[in-house]
Write a protein that binds this ligand. Structure first.
Ligand code: NAD
Length: 505
């Protein structure tokens, strides 16, 4: 079994077009969380490589910004085709490198395809405004121009989708992309780069060299992107700890950052909720992806009238949910990414107990020996929103709290430093609308009768407060990848000044 994963990974990479020299004999060891075994040694970028790559992207920009946007969309259409053709192989690689169950590995690639489709249409819809001028024979307009090189720094848990949310938009907006994936997931990044290179080769000569490039390495390589004034936009996805540093450093050089950071997402279960539907939604939201989504449900705020009808049943689901290998079983909960993640989970559970929590589950499950870290998801009944409940532990822990009045539930939901996603379960229109109102959830995402995770690409994705404020993906998130230019045009023969100012010489 052990060597089988490494050899399957090598086969997949070669089939996807990655030269073997890129992932053998390098300095960055990659382990599969499925078994803990080493599956590749990837060649890392040096600081000089990184500076050269950024310089080459700047050069690509001078050509790409002149290619008409609908033609740029054609490149993204071809990328979507490549992803469709390689969906099974890339999805499988996601499963082997990150440990996602099969349907989630495939779902991540589907999300890439979806955003490509979205971006192709967008390439004909990068609209500006026409604005009425206060002066005679004048016209005001607003145009959107390409911004320049976009740096993308991504997290391990969506190793390929996050790149595509950014890159598909950036390419149609006229921007080259330099991508620094997580050091835990360089293999899927190499595969995506190979598919992108194939799309470029089919596109033809008007795609400049180095339009989309990859930097392999850890934080130090990321910092080179962050600090380089030739990169006007840095999109960084990861922990709040990382975003606080990146946001400050990019701002110091007046660059723009798109920050997609940690969440501490809650669902409120009201007395009118459909409890069957709630049970299923909570199970997926809290345990799917082994609790390693930024939008994972981490806090369940349940009305006291339905608490006893819901929480004991939920505890039973936690007790029997299938935890196991994502490749050898139909388990719904796969491994944690590594031992540090398991330790962080255990530390939070100890802390929760110290604060009066009653813990169900959370123990290690032996699936593939000592090198891999599988855990039974933990359901923790808490007396209040204290200690670890206020933090994001990137593992499957769901804290349950009881409430009496909706105002109290909404206050609890908002009273954490993070502001990514949220949801409410119920059928009382007034309660639902209160939750969605300006006085309701303070998150970037607020759902009704579903959990907080599993967003579609059509909407803008991101959150407030310590989640960083960035928006990616659908709606008008594209604007972050362009620069706005206001144009005032005088087609008359006089020079009237705005606000009635006179200046006769
Ligand atoms: P992480 O912060 O450890 O690493 C993320 C990326 O940042 C990696 O590529 C890493 O090399 C890089 N990095 C770290 N420090 C840096 C620095 N100082 N300068 C430049 N780059 C730096 O996060 P992780 O453990 O890979 O991912 C889990 C976290 O990501 C969770 O907090 C999760 O909520 C968050 N996340 C957020 C979203 C979102 O859209 N809001 C999506 C996915 C994950």
């Amino acid at each position: 079994m052990t060597n089988l994963i490494a050899s399957e990974v090598h086969d997949l990479l070669v089939r996807l077009g990655v030269p073997a020299a890129r992932f053998t004999g390098g300095t960055l060891a990659v382990r599969s969380p499925v078994t803990g075994e080493e599956i590749a040694r990837v060649v890392e970028s040096t600081p000089d490589d990184a500076r050269g790559t950024i310089g080459a992207a700047v050069e690509a920009f001078t050509a790409w910004r002149r290619v008409p946007a609908p033609r740029r969309g054609e490149l993204v259409r071809l990328l979507g085709e490549e992803l469709r053709a390689s969906k099974a192989a890339l999805g499988r690689l996601v499963t082997l490198e990150v440990g996602k169950v099969v349907s989630e590995g495939l779902g991540e690639v589907q999300e890439m395809i979806d955003i490509c489709d979205f971006a192709v249409g967008l390439s004909r819809q990068l609209y500006g405004l026409t604005i009425q001028s206060e002066r005679p024979d004048h016209r005001l307009t607003e145009q959107w121009h390409p911004a320049g090189v976009v740096g993308v720094i991504s997290a391990f848990n969506f190793p390929v989708a996050v790149w595509s949310w950014n890159a598909a938009l950036a390419f149609v907006c006229g921007d080259p992309v330099v991508w620094k994936p997580s050091e835990k997931t360089p293999l899927t990044a190499l595969a995506v780069q190979a598919l992108f290179d194939r799309a470029v080769a089919r596109f033809g000569d008007d795609a400049p060299a180095n339009l989309g490039t990859l930097l392999i390495g850890g934080r130090e390589i990321g910092e080179l992107l962050v600090d380089d004034a030739r990169v006007p936009v840095v999109s960084a996805t990861g922990s709040t700890r990382m975003g606080r540093i990146v946001g400050e450093r990019v701002a110091r050089r007046f660059g723009k950052s798109i920050l997609e950071l940690g969440g501490n997402n809650a669902s409120i279960v009201t007395p009118s909720a459909d409890l069957e539907l709630t049970l299923r939604a909570v199970a997926f939201g809290a345990m799917g992806t082994a609790g390693q989504r930024c939008t994972t449900l981490r806090r369940l705020i349940v009305h006291e009238d339905v608490y006893d009808a819901l929480v004991p049943r939920l505890a039973q689901v936690y007790h029997r949910i299938a935890v196991g290998s994502p490749i050898e079983s139909d388990a719904l909960v796969g491994p944690l990414i590594d031992g540090a993640s398991f330790e962080a989970m255990q530390a939070s559970l100890r802390d929760a107990k110290a604060h009066g929590g009653i813990v169900h589950g959370g123990e290690r499950v032996d699936v593939n020996g000592d090198g891999s870290f599988y855990a039974r998801p933990a359901l923790v009944e808490m007396p209040g929103q204290v200690g670890p409940v206020r933090e994001e532990t990137f593992a499957p822990i769901l804290y349950v709290l009881k409430y009496r009045a909706l105002d109290e539930a909404i206050a609890l939901q908002n009273d954490v430093p993070q502001g990514l996603s949220s949801s409410i379960f119920g059928n009382d229109l007034r309660e639902i609308e209160q939750f969605l109102s300006g006085a309701g959830s303070d998150c970037g995402i607020a759902n009704v009768n579903m959990g907080p995770s599993g967003a579609e690409i059509g909407g803008a994705f991101g959150g407030e407060k310590e989640t960083g404020g960035g928006r990616e993906s659908g709606s008008d998130a594209w604007r972050a990848y362009m620069r706005r230019q206001t144009n005032a045009i005088n087609y008359g023969r006089t020079l009237p000044l705005a606000q009635g100012v006179t200046f006769d010489i």
